[in-house]
Design a protein. Structure first.
Length: 547
């Protein structure tokens, strides 16, 4: 074995025993990772990336999962089939892993200090005082501000970026030789994503560790990886240096991935287009109550005096970091969040309308939520989900007519009519999002709020959803409010952009102006993070971008 080769995966296969038969999740995968090297494993959901990574640490549900063939050698030691005591010495000590969703990989019942210290006491046998000092050192290392105050915090008290930093601190606690990072930046704001990537690169150089980086975002791969392995249906279809893969892709699937990023930009609709919805000086303030009598002492100003207009056929993109008030603004316009200020829908003032008078207008104002799995009832078939709004709002109770409307909506979003008899868990993430869109458009609305509808989807699926939304808008003259932190998707879909921070508008205007010539430092920092992945340290230092 070459001394520079830290990990060798040779002809690895993984299969799962299911009631329907054996599923081959990984097929004859081979790659090596050298000391201090970063290998990116890329591909769409279901390609076998995470299964391969979990195999390295032997974390798959054995014996349901098994390895028909293959070898995984760490510093010459075989890990496939290794005993539990041998694996305990490796896991979290010599090889660590950052899991995809920090909220589910952190224990909600334990403090941050306890969770990081557990790794140190388990592998190093540190005393409580030594472990506490090391935890503080790690939190400072990963850039958690006010680290000492955070020791007693629980995961739900931290932001997404802070939780991800804590997970990284846990993974780095014992200075591993190899760090496995499984989609560590999925669903994070672009500025937080840039911080996490810069942090990982800096720590890699400082500690000299190798990294296996799993992602479906090729923009990240270009910046962070030395070598790339492209996976499709459990097979590595192409591998090589990052520059070669991006500059001269050989396999059709690699070319497909590189071409899949949402592209294009829209022009402003006609200024004469009818105004669908207007919000004047919209405010959503949440009271902060303290004391025995729960008196209001202050307010959280989630939305603080925003005016917005959306015309027929127009997409207004609302961007900003988590907590900036994007979703709250959208929910306020739909009268799903209590607010002050004027709201006019189709020329009619609706802010003061009682619910019984507002209900007939609900069919014309729809929403597509961020998580398609969480927003679709697992107990209802797809046909029942899509038809639910029709049953509430339609004057007709004719079953055949309702079914025909459901079939029409499913066809419009690119799904087979037969799928209406199946249930949400039987569909992929992209298909579930199409179902959520079908549920919205079946009522033939005029205005749709799209709340992060592509945030957790693969690049190619994102591009499909963007194309679908554009096509539906063109055919039906739909007005969209598109809420997202993914500026590449916003650029492909929006013709007017509002940039929000701390409940207020930082900057707004035509999409081309905002993207190509932003005037505010905060907007410039967002654009740099989204399109260059180069983090502006001065913007953080000055408080323009929050950590």
């Amino acid at each position: 074995m070459d001394e520079q080769e830290l990990l060798i995966v040779d002809d690895l296969s993984v299969s799962f025993a299911t009631p329907g038969g054996t599923v081959d999740a990984v097929k004859h995968a081979s790659f090596t990772i050298g000391r201090g090297e970063t290998l990116a494993l890329v591909g769409e959901s279901g390609s076998g990336k995470s299964v391969t990574a979990l195999s390295i640490l032997q974390l798959l549900p054995y014996p349901v999962a098994r390895h028909p063939n293959g070898s995984i050698r760490y510093k010459g030691t075989e890990l496939v089939g290794a005993g539990e005591s041998a694996m305990r010495a490796v896991r979290g000590n010599r090889i660590s892993m950052i899991f995809q969703e920090p909220m589910t990989s952190l224990n909600p019942l334990h403090t941050i200090e306890k969770q990081i210290a557990e790794t140190l006491t388990l592998h190093k046998g540190m005393s409580e005082s030594r472990a506490r000092a090391r935890v503080l050192e790690l939190l400072n290392l990963v850039g958690v501000r006010n680290a000492e105050q955070r020791l007693t915090a629980y995961p739900h008290e931290l932001s997404g970026g802070q939780r991800q930093r804590v997970v990284i601190a846990m993974a780095l606690a014992n200075e591993p030789d190899l760090l496995i990072a499984d989609e560590p930046t999925t669903a994070l704001d672009v500025t937080i994503q840039a911080q996490i990537l810069k942090l990982l690169k800096d720590l890699q150089q400082e500690l000299g560790m190798a990294m296996l980086f799993i992602t479906h975002d090729l923009g990240i791969v270009r910046k962070i990886a030395d070598k790339v392995c492209v996976m499709c249906d459990g097979e590595i279809v192409e591998a090589g240096p990052t520059g070669d893969i991006f500059g001269h892709p050989a396999h059709a699937y690699t070319k497909h991935l590189l071409a899949a990023e949402p592209k294009g930009s829209k022009s402003e609709p006609s200024p004469d287009a009818p105004v669908i919805i207007t919000g004047n000086d919209i405010k959503v303030w949440f009271p902060i109550k303290k004391g025995v009598f729960r008196r209001t002492v202050d307010h959280v100003k989630a939305v603080d005096g925003i005016t917005v207009t959306v015309r027929e056929g127009q997409t207004v993109g609302v961007v900003g970091e988590s907590g900036s008030g994007k979703t709250t603004l959208g929910m306020a316009l739909l009268r799903l969040e209590r607010s002050t200020g004027g709201i006019y829908f189709d020329g009619r003032e609706i802010q003061e309308l009682p619910e019984d008078k507002l209900r007939p207008l609900r069919r014309e104002m729809q929403v597509v939520f961020q998580d398609p799995y969480g927003s679709l009832s697992p107990r209802m078939s797809i046909g029942e989900i899509v038809a639910e709004g029709l049953r509430i709002h339609s004057d007709s109770n004719d079953a055949a007519e309702l079914d025909a409307r459901v079939v029409e909506a499913l066809r419009e979003v690119g799904l087979e009519p037969e799928s209406r008899f199946r249930y949400p868990h039987e569909f992929s993430g992209g298909q579930r999002q199409r179902i959520a869109i079908a549920r919205a458009i079946v009522l033939k609305p005029k205005f749709i709020v799209l709340d992060e509808p592509t945030s957790a989807l693969d690049m190619s699926v994102q591009a499909q959803i963007v194309d679908l939304l554009t096509d539906l808008q063109r055919r039906h003259g739909l007005a969209y409010m598109f809420i997202s932190h993914d500026l590449k998707v916003v650029r492909a879909l929006a013709d007017h952009v509002i940039v929000m921070k701390d409940g207020r508008v930082v900057e707004q205007g035509p999409a081309d102006t905002i993207f190509d010539n932003p005037s505010e430092p905060y907007t410039k920092a967002l654009m740099a993070a989204a399109f260059d992945l180069e983090f502006d340290e001065q913007a953080v230092a000055s408080g323009v971008v929050s950590v």
